[in-house]
Design a protein around this ligand. Structure first.
Ligand code: ASP
Length: 326
């Protein structure tokens, strides 16, 4: 009788714990899925795999990357928004999490209210690149070429909502010419076709383009950030190429479904912050033309505020370009 009473009291005490606390003490007790909203082999995938490897060591459980491409990253984001909020499904997304809120007339989720932000990871410049046989040698020649050839020029992107789509959209509106766009599940496969010469142009993160540019497999025309890159000091900026005000930097951040307990988010965030100080991650990021964000930006709060600011920043730009997807 006494033993029964003790057990009953213990059970009651457990039930009274805030939701998730019991879980968080043992979390993670099984592998975590890190969803990448683009195909394997692309820049978001590269960042996710580097982070997952380091986070696995910190968390003592495998963080397994799963690629779910399609609809410019919104297909995967929609799936993660609806996943169990238990810390076993997370999403490594990029700037598209903010721009898709304006690019899509109807998204089946709300980017600001259906996710917990875990922390920002890295900011990555983009480069405008062409197939190696493309005639123009400079960004100025390229602009004239695109204006002349128009829709005979084939631009590859990762679908509406992707960074490559955003960059192409800004380019076309800056030069007042529409080219033919071909959507891929990610810029990993698009890069294969650019190197193979099946498409002409692409804009993508340095995490995917640095190696191909240095190996001479693609032609580099310009960088999308206001300043030149340390790693490629000869490459002009888009603004130097005459495209006034042209500026895009891709940023990556980690998300969990809304309602994931705060102590689980704190554990995930601790692993993110540790990864960003990991010398292996820092060295690999440097090879890929980027660096981890500072620790004070790698917090759930800073990420949340930044996401909201990015949604607000891109809304009028996208509206004035008049590009929407249903
Ligand atoms: N870089 C791509 C984009 O947003 C996506 C990817 O990582 O494959 O265009």
């Amino acid at each position: 009788m006494r033993i029964w009473k003790k057990a009953a009291i213990a059970a009651l005490a457990l039930a009274a714990l805030p939701l998730g606390s019991a879980n968080a003490q043992t979390y993670p007790s099984r592998p975590i899925t890190m969803v990448v909203p683009f195909a394997a082999g692309g820049p978001t995938d590269t960042v996710a795999r580097l982070m997952a490897e380091s986070m696995s060591r910190t968390l003592g459980q495998q963080v397994v990357v799963e690629n779910i491409g399609g609809a410019g990253g919104t297909r995967a984001a929609g799936q993660v928004a609806k996943a169990a909020p238990d810390g076993y499904t997370v999403l490594m997304h990029h700037i598209g999490q903010a721009t898709s809120a304006s690019l899509y007339r109807k998204l089946p989720y709300n980017v600001l209210t259906d996710f917990e932000t875990v922390g920002l990871v890295t900011d990555v410049p983009m480069t405008l690149i062409g197939k190696s046989a493309l005639e123009p040698k400079t960004i100025t020649e390229l602009v004239a070429y695109v204006k002349d050839k128009k829709d005979a020029v084939i631009y590859g992107n990762a679908g509406v909502g992707s960074a490559s789509h955003l960059c192409g959209m800004l380019l076309m509106s800056a030069i007042g010419t529409q080219v033919t766009t071909v959507p891929y599940q990610g810029t990993g496969p698009a890069m294969n076709d650019l190197v193979g010469g099946q498409i002409d142009l692409m804009c993508d993160q340095t995490t995917n383009t640095t190696g191909q540019i240095k190996a001479g497999k693609v032609k580099a025309y310009a960088v999308t950030t206001p300043n030149r890159l340390k790693a490629m000091p000869d490459l002009p900026t888009m603004q130097e190429g005459g495209l006034k005000g042209f500026e895009v930097a891709v940023w990556h951040g980690l998300y969990a479904p809304k309602g994931t307990p705060a102590d689980v988010i704190a554990k995930l965030n601790g692993a993110v912050k540790t990864a960003l100080l990991d010398p292996k991650v820092i060295a690999r990021f440097a090879d890929l033309g980027t660096e981890p964000v500072a620790q004070d930006r790698a917090t759930p709060e800073a990420h949340k505020a930044f996401l909201a600011a990015e949604v607000a920043k891109w809304k009028p730009i996208i509206e004035s370009a008049g590009v929407y997807a249903d």
